[in-house]
Design a protein around this ligand. Structure first.
Ligand code: AMP
Ligand code: ZN
Ligand code: FE
Ligand code: FE
Length: 284
């Protein structure tokens, strides 16, 4: 049996592994295919492809976009994207800048709470264009201002805690379109975590291609429920560990093993879309 993990983060966003380290873990676990899905970034896709190529693993380009629909936060995974697509790169750069501004705002709030964290320490630690709350949490631990990451989130960074700052998000409909125009497939990430069930029909209407049925934080019952929903809406099925490296204890890679047949179905949809795009308008 061949398996894939289609939800992975590296240092190019808030993971702790380099693409090379992540690939090393995947090789020991016997994975046949991997998709890198860093938050609002595709920068790690080229080094990931090189590292995977060197050990005979198939690398799929990807990203995870933070979006919203009617005030519901939804994470959109994009797969098989052209990572040179200009519109994609422009939009990603815009949201990376939103992320960097948000870090400054969160640190300012911490400082108002008399927590003396220096914003530069967060940027140095993050060392990437797509910083997020986990980097603030790690910087707080490193500075000895909290004991661990859980304390950082529980006291300061979780939604509605005193240093939390809402993030400006793109609309989910725009997100689907952005992924499509870059040649990719749009997939709803971990629906069991974001409680996005009610918005599935609207996103399907907008062209959503798939749904992440298998995820580390989905119970067996949840996965089964989303497999039924996938069936009902004719959505492709994906799955992944959402591994962030060592940032939350033991790495999660290996906890989800997506049967490779789902990767084949994804590829056949990308392939059919490419051949349709080449056909003259009105021809059948
Ligand atoms: P951001 O994109 O900056 O809003 O950060 C979101 C990321 O923070 C998620 O992808 C998780 O990796 C992490 N995260 C969110 N909530 C928690 C929490 N309560 N404890 C630890 N990590 C969290
Ligand atoms: Zn993350
Ligand atoms: Fe997510
Ligand atoms: Fe993720």
């Amino acid at each position: 049996m061949k398996f894939a993990d289609l939800h992975l983060h590296t240092r190019f966003s808030d993971g702790t592994f380099s693409p090379e380290e992540l690939t090393g873990h995947a090789r020991r676990l016997g994975f046949a295919a991997l998709a890198l899905t860093d938050h609002d970034s595709v920068e790690g896709c080229a080094p990931m492809a090189a590292a995977c190529g060197a050990v005979g693993i198939e690398a799929i380009t990807g990203t995870e976009l933070t979006a919203e629909y009617n005030d519901t936060e939804v994470h959109l995974l994009g797969y098989f994207l052209d990572t040179q697509n200009q519109k994609l790169l422009t939009e990603i750069a815009r949201f990376q800048s939103v992320r960097q501004d948000r870090i400054r705002e969160m640190v300012a709030k911490l400082n108002q709470l008399k927590v003396p964290l220096e914003v530069e320490s967060v940027f140095v630690l993050a060392n990437c264009k797509s910083p997020g709350r986990p980097h603030v949490a790690r910087a707080l631990v490193q500075a000895g201002l909290v004991k661990n990451l859980d304390e950082a989130f529980a006291r300061f960074l979780k939604k509605n805690r005193p240093a939390w700052v809402p993030k400006a998000k793109m609309s989910a409909l725009e997100g689907v379109e952005l992924i499509h125009q870059a040649g990719g497939l749009a997939v709803m990430a971990h629906p069991g975590l974001n409680r996005t069930d009610e918005i599935i029909p609207a996103l399907v209407e907008a062209g959503l291609d798939g749904i992440e049925c298998f995820h580390t934080k989905h119970s067996t019952a949840m996965s089964e429920r989303y497999l039924e929903i996938a069936d009902q809406f004719h959505l492709l099925v994906t799955g992944g560990s959402d591994c962030h490296g060592f940032s939350k204890g033991k790495p999660l890679i290996g906890t989800v093993k997506l049967p490779y047949e789902h990767v084949e179905k994804l590829k056949s949809k990308v392939g059919s879309r490419k051949s349709n795009a080449g056909a003259p308008v009105g021809s059948h």
